[in-house]
Design a protein around this ligand. Structure first.
Ligand code: 13P
Length: 253
Protein backbone atom coordinates (compact mmCIF):
# COMPACT_ATOMS: atom_id res chain seq x y z
CA UNK A 1 0.00 0.00 0.00
CA UNK A 2 1.22 3.48 -0.80
CA UNK A 3 2.94 5.05 2.20
CA UNK A 4 1.04 8.28 1.66
CA UNK A 5 -2.37 6.72 2.24
CA UNK A 6 -4.35 8.83 4.70
CA UNK A 7 -6.72 6.82 6.90
CA UNK A 8 -10.43 7.58 6.73
CA UNK A 9 -12.83 7.28 9.65
CA UNK A 10 -16.34 7.79 8.30
CA UNK A 11 -19.53 7.90 10.34
CA UNK A 12 -22.61 6.46 8.68
CA UNK A 13 -25.52 8.01 10.56
CA UNK A 14 -28.04 5.90 8.60
CA UNK A 15 -31.64 7.04 9.23
CA UNK A 16 -30.73 8.91 12.42
CA UNK A 17 -30.37 12.61 13.12
CA UNK A 18 -32.52 15.73 13.31
CA UNK A 19 -31.46 19.37 13.35
CA UNK A 20 -30.96 18.95 17.11
CA UNK A 21 -27.91 16.78 16.34
CA UNK A 22 -25.89 19.92 15.51
CA UNK A 23 -24.23 19.77 18.94
CA UNK A 24 -22.80 16.30 18.27
CA UNK A 25 -21.79 17.40 14.80
CA UNK A 26 -19.91 20.41 16.18
CA UNK A 27 -18.11 18.12 18.63
CA UNK A 28 -17.01 15.84 15.79
CA UNK A 29 -15.90 18.86 13.77
CA UNK A 30 -13.61 20.10 16.55
CA UNK A 31 -12.04 16.66 16.90
CA UNK A 32 -11.65 16.25 13.15
CA UNK A 33 -9.61 19.41 12.91
CA UNK A 34 -7.27 18.26 15.68
CA UNK A 35 -6.70 14.90 13.96
CA UNK A 36 -6.57 16.24 10.40
CA UNK A 37 -2.81 15.64 9.98
CA UNK A 38 -3.28 11.98 10.87
CA UNK A 39 -6.62 10.96 9.41
CA UNK A 40 -9.62 12.20 7.46
CA UNK A 41 -12.85 12.26 9.44
CA UNK A 42 -16.15 12.20 7.57
CA UNK A 43 -19.80 12.30 8.60
CA UNK A 44 -22.44 10.81 6.29
CA UNK A 45 -25.66 12.25 7.73
CA UNK A 46 -29.17 11.77 6.35
CA UNK A 47 -29.50 13.88 3.19
CA UNK A 48 -31.84 16.28 5.01
CA UNK A 49 -28.92 17.50 7.16
CA UNK A 50 -26.20 17.71 4.50
CA UNK A 51 -26.56 21.36 3.51
CA UNK A 52 -26.93 22.49 7.10
CA UNK A 53 -23.85 20.51 8.18
CA UNK A 54 -21.96 21.84 5.18
CA UNK A 55 -22.53 25.40 6.38
CA UNK A 56 -21.51 24.46 9.90
CA UNK A 57 -18.35 22.75 8.63
CA UNK A 58 -17.10 25.72 6.57
CA UNK A 59 -13.41 26.23 7.25
CA UNK A 60 -13.10 22.84 8.96
CA UNK A 61 -11.26 19.73 7.75
CA UNK A 62 -14.26 17.49 8.46
CA UNK A 63 -15.69 16.10 5.24
CA UNK A 64 -19.25 15.06 4.41
CA UNK A 65 -20.74 12.16 2.51
CA UNK A 66 -24.12 10.95 1.30
CA UNK A 67 -25.50 7.49 2.09
CA UNK A 68 -26.78 6.55 -1.37
CA UNK A 69 -27.35 8.11 -4.78
CA UNK A 70 -29.28 7.43 -7.96
CA UNK A 71 -27.33 6.43 -11.07
CA UNK A 72 -28.86 9.20 -13.21
CA UNK A 73 -28.20 12.95 -13.17
CA UNK A 74 -31.87 13.99 -12.94
CA UNK A 75 -35.33 12.93 -14.00
CA UNK A 76 -38.63 11.43 -12.88
CA UNK A 77 -37.40 9.41 -9.88
CA UNK A 78 -39.50 10.50 -6.94
CA UNK A 79 -37.65 10.41 -3.65
CA UNK A 80 -34.25 9.65 -5.16
CA UNK A 81 -31.18 11.86 -4.95
CA UNK A 82 -28.60 12.35 -7.73
CA UNK A 83 -24.88 12.30 -6.96
CA UNK A 84 -24.73 15.83 -8.38
CA UNK A 85 -27.27 16.94 -5.74
CA UNK A 86 -25.16 15.52 -2.93
CA UNK A 87 -22.13 17.31 -4.32
CA UNK A 88 -24.16 20.51 -4.56
CA UNK A 89 -25.19 20.16 -0.91
CA UNK A 90 -21.57 19.83 0.22
CA UNK A 91 -20.70 16.13 0.04
CA UNK A 92 -17.30 15.00 -1.20
CA UNK A 93 -18.20 11.30 -1.09
CA UNK A 94 -21.13 8.91 -1.12
CA UNK A 95 -21.62 5.44 0.33
CA UNK A 96 -23.02 3.02 -2.26
CA UNK A 97 -24.05 -0.61 -1.94
CA UNK A 98 -24.43 -0.64 1.84
CA UNK A 99 -25.83 -4.04 2.86
CA UNK A 100 -28.94 -2.32 4.21
CA UNK A 101 -29.63 -0.98 0.70
CA UNK A 102 -28.72 -4.29 -0.90
CA UNK A 103 -31.28 -5.94 1.45
CA UNK A 104 -34.01 -3.30 1.94
CA UNK A 105 -34.02 -2.14 -1.70
CA UNK A 106 -32.73 -5.31 -3.36
CA UNK A 107 -29.85 -3.44 -4.97
CA UNK A 108 -27.75 -5.62 -7.24
CA UNK A 109 -24.02 -5.41 -7.90
CA UNK A 110 -24.77 -3.91 -11.33
CA UNK A 111 -26.90 -1.16 -9.75
CA UNK A 112 -24.23 -0.44 -7.18
CA UNK A 113 -21.65 -0.17 -9.98
CA UNK A 114 -23.92 2.34 -11.76
CA UNK A 115 -24.21 4.40 -8.59
CA UNK A 116 -20.44 4.35 -8.04
CA UNK A 117 -19.92 5.50 -11.63
CA UNK A 118 -22.47 8.27 -11.00
CA UNK A 119 -20.49 9.35 -7.95
CA UNK A 120 -17.41 9.72 -10.14
CA UNK A 121 -19.36 11.58 -12.81
CA UNK A 122 -20.37 14.08 -10.12
CA UNK A 123 -16.85 14.42 -8.74
CA UNK A 124 -17.52 12.42 -5.57
CA UNK A 125 -15.49 9.62 -4.00
CA UNK A 126 -17.45 6.36 -4.03
CA UNK A 127 -17.36 4.32 -0.81
CA UNK A 128 -18.44 0.90 -2.06
CA UNK A 129 -19.59 -1.58 0.60
CA UNK A 130 -19.12 -5.34 0.39
CA UNK A 131 -19.53 -8.13 2.94
CA UNK A 132 -20.82 -11.61 3.52
CA UNK A 133 -23.92 -12.87 5.33
CA UNK A 134 -23.51 -15.07 8.42
CA UNK A 135 -24.53 -18.21 6.54
CA UNK A 136 -21.99 -17.46 3.81
CA UNK A 137 -19.18 -17.11 6.35
CA UNK A 138 -20.21 -20.34 8.03
CA UNK A 139 -20.15 -22.07 4.65
CA UNK A 140 -16.59 -20.84 3.99
CA UNK A 141 -17.77 -18.63 1.13
CA UNK A 142 -16.57 -15.25 2.44
CA UNK A 143 -13.80 -14.58 -0.08
CA UNK A 144 -15.89 -15.85 -3.00
CA UNK A 145 -18.80 -13.59 -2.00
CA UNK A 146 -16.63 -10.52 -1.43
CA UNK A 147 -14.69 -11.21 -4.64
CA UNK A 148 -17.92 -11.43 -6.62
CA UNK A 149 -19.22 -8.19 -5.11
CA UNK A 150 -15.95 -6.42 -5.95
CA UNK A 151 -15.99 -7.70 -9.53
CA UNK A 152 -19.62 -6.67 -9.99
CA UNK A 153 -19.84 -3.42 -8.00
CA UNK A 154 -16.62 -1.51 -8.60
CA UNK A 155 -16.66 1.02 -11.41
CA UNK A 156 -13.99 1.00 -14.12
CA UNK A 157 -13.31 4.70 -13.56
CA UNK A 158 -11.51 4.70 -10.24
CA UNK A 159 -8.36 6.19 -8.75
CA UNK A 160 -6.81 6.00 -5.30
CA UNK A 161 -8.58 9.27 -4.48
CA UNK A 162 -12.01 8.39 -5.82
CA UNK A 163 -12.61 4.82 -4.64
CA UNK A 164 -12.85 3.51 -1.10
CA UNK A 165 -13.91 -0.07 -0.35
CA UNK A 166 -15.66 -0.78 2.95
CA UNK A 167 -15.65 -4.40 4.14
CA UNK A 168 -18.70 -4.81 6.33
CA UNK A 169 -19.63 -8.38 7.30
CA UNK A 170 -23.44 -8.19 7.40
CA UNK A 171 -23.64 -10.23 10.61
CA UNK A 172 -21.31 -7.78 12.39
CA UNK A 173 -23.45 -4.69 11.67
CA UNK A 174 -25.23 -3.40 14.76
CA UNK A 175 -24.80 -6.71 16.59
CA UNK A 176 -21.75 -6.10 18.76
CA UNK A 177 -20.12 -9.08 17.01
CA UNK A 178 -16.92 -8.73 15.01
CA UNK A 179 -14.82 -11.21 13.05
CA UNK A 180 -11.52 -12.23 14.63
CA UNK A 181 -8.58 -9.95 13.79
CA UNK A 182 -7.15 -12.78 11.66
CA UNK A 183 -10.40 -13.01 9.69
CA UNK A 184 -10.51 -9.24 9.11
CA UNK A 185 -6.85 -9.26 8.03
CA UNK A 186 -7.49 -12.12 5.62
CA UNK A 187 -10.38 -10.35 3.88
CA UNK A 188 -8.55 -7.01 3.70
CA UNK A 189 -5.44 -8.64 2.18
CA UNK A 190 -7.71 -10.32 -0.37
CA UNK A 191 -9.40 -6.99 -1.23
CA UNK A 192 -6.00 -5.29 -1.59
CA UNK A 193 -4.90 -8.01 -4.00
CA UNK A 194 -8.07 -7.61 -6.07
CA UNK A 195 -7.61 -3.81 -6.21
CA UNK A 196 -3.94 -4.20 -7.20
CA UNK A 197 -4.86 -6.62 -9.97
CA UNK A 198 -7.63 -4.43 -11.33
CA UNK A 199 -6.27 -0.90 -10.89
CA UNK A 200 -2.49 -1.36 -10.61
CA UNK A 201 -0.67 1.43 -8.75
CA UNK A 202 -3.94 3.31 -8.15
CA UNK A 203 -5.44 0.22 -6.51
CA UNK A 204 -2.48 0.05 -4.21
CA UNK A 205 -3.36 3.46 -2.78
CA UNK A 206 -7.11 2.90 -2.38
CA UNK A 207 -8.38 2.91 1.18
CA UNK A 208 -10.04 -0.23 2.53
CA UNK A 209 -12.24 0.40 5.57
CA UNK A 210 -13.54 -2.11 8.08
CA UNK A 211 -17.14 -1.66 9.28
CA UNK A 212 -19.35 -3.59 11.69
CA UNK A 213 -19.61 -2.92 15.44
CA UNK A 214 -16.51 -0.72 15.57
CA UNK A 215 -16.34 0.86 19.04
CA UNK A 216 -13.75 2.69 21.11
CA UNK A 217 -12.98 -0.61 22.88
CA UNK A 218 -12.06 -2.59 19.72
CA UNK A 219 -10.86 0.20 17.39
CA UNK A 220 -7.18 -0.09 18.23
CA UNK A 221 -7.03 -3.79 17.46
CA UNK A 222 -9.12 -3.62 14.27
CA UNK A 223 -7.61 -0.45 12.80
CA UNK A 224 -4.08 -1.64 13.52
CA UNK A 225 -4.42 -4.61 11.17
CA UNK A 226 -2.59 -4.69 7.80
CA UNK A 227 -4.59 -3.19 4.91
CA UNK A 228 -7.17 -1.69 7.28
CA UNK A 229 -7.04 1.97 6.31
CA UNK A 230 -9.85 3.22 8.51
CA UNK A 231 -13.38 2.46 9.60
CA UNK A 232 -16.98 2.89 8.53
CA UNK A 233 -18.77 3.41 11.82
CA UNK A 234 -22.51 3.17 12.37
CA UNK A 235 -23.98 3.43 15.88
CA UNK A 236 -20.84 4.73 17.57
CA UNK A 237 -20.60 7.64 15.11
CA UNK A 238 -23.75 9.26 16.50
CA UNK A 239 -21.95 10.33 19.66
CA UNK A 240 -19.02 12.69 19.18
CA UNK A 241 -17.11 11.28 22.15
CA UNK A 242 -17.34 7.67 20.88
CA UNK A 243 -16.61 8.56 17.26
CA UNK A 244 -13.59 10.65 18.22
CA UNK A 245 -12.34 7.96 20.60
CA UNK A 246 -12.28 5.60 17.59
CA UNK A 247 -10.50 8.09 15.32
CA UNK A 248 -7.97 8.90 18.05
CA UNK A 249 -6.42 5.49 17.39
CA UNK A 250 -4.54 7.45 14.71
CA UNK A 251 -3.51 10.31 17.01
CA UNK A 252 -0.14 8.76 17.73
CA UNK A 253 0.43 7.51 14.19
P1 13P B 1 -22.47 -0.40 13.28
O1 13P B 1 -21.16 0.32 13.56
O2 13P B 1 -23.62 0.20 14.00
O3 13P B 1 -22.32 -1.88 13.48
O4 13P B 1 -22.79 -0.18 11.72
C1 13P B 1 -21.81 -0.43 10.77
C2 13P B 1 -22.28 0.08 9.47
O5 13P B 1 -23.19 -0.48 8.88
C3 13P B 1 -21.62 1.27 8.91
O6 13P B 1 -21.98 1.48 7.58
Amino acid sequence: MAASVRPLVAGNWKMNGLAAAMGEFNGIKAGADKLADKAELMVCPPATLLAQFNWAAKGSKLTLGGQDCHAKVSGAHTGDIAAEMLKDAGASAVIVGHSERRTDHRETDAEVKGKAAAAHRAGLTAIVCVGEQKSQREAGETLAVVGGQLDGSLPDTATAATLVVAYEPVWAIGTGLTPTPADVAEVHAFIRKKLDERYGAEGNGMRILYGGSVKPSNAKELLGLPHVNGALVGGASLKATDFLAIAEVYAGA
